[in-house]
Design a binder for this molecule. Structure first.
Ligand code: SAH
Length: 520
């Protein structure tokens, strides 16, 4: 007798629209014990960090308008295969699995194959966009119906299943899910079917993500605004009187950086603040992480020093990552803060000192400026250093200026590598496409390794050959020097080397249209 095949369970999980905080607790719990995760292109990569490092991760997304990377039938088959292999398979989808996400098809195929499955709902893009843009989708004084519609058929793609007259009746809020290319067709259809040109419309790009942008207008001028601001996918359109309830009240100028596209190259877990600040000023932000923080090749040296902190008088942290990685290991080894009580603590800059505060530690010393040389000099001035033992927490291959300066003052410095910066296994094809199309106004760098890895990923020759080169912004002199050494022209560097200052400098440079380009 043929034995019935045993399957694990497939969970169709709604990952929410972008902000990782919008994943449900249930979704997170399942991810944390998944053996395999099959995720869509639209899903925030940060959600993957909830799954175990050893889980098999497969990107199966396709994005509107682009080459189909993975046909739906193949995804369906893949889920069945994985369920045959593993106990817990997470199928992580953008928004909610059952709203335009083809979750229905995946469910039917699993049922057909006899694979047990569960569906964990997610926050669909319309709800996320409405909440984060401040547009109540219903309001008793305006409407009591909401429709989620897909715009695709406006371009004649599918048999007309939508009643455009009804959608254009003005009696409901309509949210259109679709690729940005379809917007003009949808707007035309609504007008043709009688919706007045005065009807308020909002377009939300990258809803709920740090780089969310919202533009507002009326049916008769939104098309032109979409073009002017360069709105791209993923975005959706909200049509209806409720759009008026937004606080901005139809502000005309969507920020000083409207229409500008800026690339943020910071590591993914650190890009958020910069992206948000840029997006608040109206920029379209593309996060293209070119560095990734990894553990050192071995923990041996770190463990040794953690076990003998008694011999040091100072501990210095040269970066936020350094603080995080050091303490991760420190606590893993079951130490507690009292093991540091005899140490004086140095932080290289305000961000590092802030990070220390989250561990309830106050830096005894923080330099007035933010580069290592100045740091060393300021430090050297007042402090007796001869014979002092200093533990310097740093990244592999980081600059050794600080060490030299300290040693000149006869301090005994031990460097400790607690993390490595690596280029991620990123696919640069999209980035190259955008650069070639002249679609990027500025690329920002916050470390020398970011410059190096960016050029490595994109290709120095490719970059050199661009007809319209983006401007380059750098956070400070060390990064600028690295950029120049690699043949880039730096157009913008703030006086203080912090993220808010970098963003202000970017704004000044772009808003005043300084047109020097990245390479001579
Ligand atoms: N299942 C998803 C929708 C997938 S269809 C959900 O429930 O949200 C893809 C479309 O959703 C995109 O073309 C876009 O119109 C919309 N979309 C998805 N994520 C978005 C986001 N973060 N911001 C704006 N629109 C988004």
């Amino acid at each position: 007798m043929k034995r019935k095949k045993k399957f694990g369970t497939v969970y169709l999980i709604g990952g929410g629209p972008g902000d990782p905080g919008l994943l449900t607790l249930k979704g997170k719990e399942i991810l944390s014990r998944a053996d395999a995760v099959v995720y869509d292109a639209l899903v925030s990569k940060r959600l993957l960090s909830f799954s175990p490092a050893q889980a098999e991760k497969i990107r199966a997304g396709k994005r509107g308008g682009r080459r189909k990377i993975f046909p739906q039938e193949d995804i369906n088959k893949l889920l069945v295969t994985l369920a045959g292999k593993y106990k817990t398979v997470a199928r992580l989808k953008g928004g909610d699995p059952f709203i335009f996400g083809r979750g229905g098809e995946e469910m039917l195929s699993l049922r057909h194959a006899g694979v047990p499955f569960k569906v964990i709902p997610g926050i669909t893009a319309a709800l996320g966009a409405a909440a984060y843009a401040g547009i109540p989708l219903t309001h008793r004084e305006f409407v009591s119906q909401v429709v989620f519609a897909t715009g695709h058929e406006a371009r004649g793609k599918e048999p007309p299943a939508m009643d455009w007259r009804e959608l254009a009746s003005g009696r409901k809020t309509v949210v259109f899910y679709m690729g940005a290319k379809t917007f003009p067709a949808v707007i035309r259809k609504l007008r043709e079917n009688g919706l007045p040109g005065e009807t308020p419309v909002a377009v939300v790009e990258n809803a709920t993500a740090a780089c969310q942008r919202v533009i507002e207008g009326k049916l008769n001028n939104i098309g032109e605004r979409i073009l002017r601001t360069g709105i791209a996918s993923p975005s959706l359109v909200i049509v209806g009187e409720v759009v008026r309830l937004r606080k901005s009240g139809g502000r005309d100028v969507p920020g000083p950086l409207a229409g500008k596209t800026v690339v943020v190259t910071r590591a993914r877990h650190q890009a958020g603040e910069m992206s948000r600040r840029l997006a608040e000023r109206g920029a379209r932000v593309i996060e293209f992480p070119v560095i990734q923080v990894e553990p050192p090749a071995s923990w041996e040296a770190v463990d040794r020093e953690i076990d003998r902190l008694k011999r040091y008088e100072w501990i210095f942290f040269s970066s936020v990552n350094g603080v995080e990685r050091f303490f991760e290991r420190f606590f893993e080894r079951e130490k507690d803060l009292r093991d540091l009580s005899h140490l004086k603590i140095g932080a290289i800059g305000p961000a590092t000192a802030e990070k220390l505060k989250t561990y309830h530690l106050k830096a005894d010393f923080m330099p007035s400026d933010y580069v290592s040389e100045v740091f060393a000099d300021t430090f050297l001035k007042g402090v007796p250093l001869t014979g002092k033992r200093i533990l310097l927490i740093r990244a592999e291959g980081a600059r050794i200026v600080l060490k030299e300066r300290l040693e000149k003052r006869n301090a005994a410095v031990t460097e400790l590598t607690v993390y490595r910066i690596r280029p991620p296994r990123a696919d640069a094809r999209d980035m190259i496409c955008k650069l070639r199309a002249g679609g990027i106004d500025l690329v920002s760098f916050t470390s020398p390794s970011a410059v190096e890895n960016f050029l490595r990923l994109v290709g120095k020759r490719t970059f050199r050959a661009l007809k319209r080169k983006p401007l380059v912004a750098s956070i400070g002199p060390v990064t600028s020097r690295a950029a120049r050494r690699l043949g880039l022209r730096v157009s913008c560097q703030p006086k203080r080397y912090t993220i808010p200052d970098l963003v202000s400098a970017v704004q000044k440079t772009l808003a005043f249209g300084k047109m020097e380009r990245a390479m001579p």
